[in-house]
Design a protein around this ligand. Structure first.
Ligand code: FES
Length: 166
C-alpha cells in the first residue's frame, strides 16, 4: 500500500527493512533521557527525510503526541520532510563561492527545474539545496552532486548536469 505526501509516495513494502531498523533503534533508545532528537536523527539517516508514516510511528512508540514530534522536527533545519531527488545538488553559498557567482548558479537551477532550494522535482529526479563552505574555496564556485564536488562550476554547467541526469 502506498500513501501520498504531496507528490511523493511512501512505499511501506519497499521500505520494510528500513522500518524494522528504525523500530529497533526506537526500542533501544526509548527509555533514555530525551529520546526524540536521536530518534529523529536516526530516522532521517535511514530514510534521507522524515516521512509522515515514520513520524506517526515515532509518536506512537515514544508515546509523544504527533504535534510535538512535528514541532521539534520543524524547529531544526537539519530535518527535511521531502525525499531527496535521485540527483541531489548542493550549491555552496559560502563567501568564496558567493563572490564567484554561486547565487546565480542557484538561481539557474531553480529556474530550469521550476523548484526552489530545499525542494525536489515532482518526478523525484532532482533536489537542490544550498550548503555552507565545502572546504574547497580555491576551486570556487563549488557544487556538490550526489556527494561529489564539481569545481569551478559555471552557469553553463547547470544545463549539462540536468541533461546528464534526466
Ligand atoms: S565557500 Fe564554497 S568551498 Fe568554501
Amino acid at each position: 500500500m502506498k500513501t501520498i505526501r504531496g507528490n511523493f509516495a511512501f512505499d511501506k513494502e519497499a521500505n520494510k527493512e528500513k522500518i524494522e531498523e528504525i523500530k529497533n533503534f526506537i526500542e533501544k533508545n526509548k527509555d533514555r533521557k530525551g529520546p526524540l532528537m536521536p530518534v529523529l536523527q536516526e530516522a532521517q539517516n535511514i530514510f534521507g527525510y522524515l516521512p509522515d508514516e515514520i513520524m506517526t510511528l515515532i509518536s506512537n512508540r515514544l508515546n509523544i503526541p504527533l504535534a510535538e514530534v512535528y514541532g521539534v522536527a520543524t524547529f531544526y533545519s537539519q530535518f527535511t520532510f521531502i525525499p531527496k531527488g535521485k540527483t541531489d545538488i548542493h550549491i555552496c553559498l559560502g563567501t568564496a563561492c558567493y563572490v564567484k557567482g554561486a547565487a546565480d548558479i542557484l538561481n539557474e537551477f531553480e529556474t530550469r527545474l521550476g523548484i526552489k532550494k530545499g525542494e525536489t522535482t515532482p518526478d523525484g529526479k532532482f533536489s537542490i539545496s544550498e550548503t555552507r563552505c565545502l572546504g574547497n574555496c580555491g576551486a570556487a564556485p563549488v557544487v556538490e552532486i550526489n556527494g561529489e564536488q564539481v569545481e569551478h562550476f559555471t552557469k553553463k554547467d547547470v544545463l549539462k548536469v540536468l541533461e546528464n541526469n534526466k
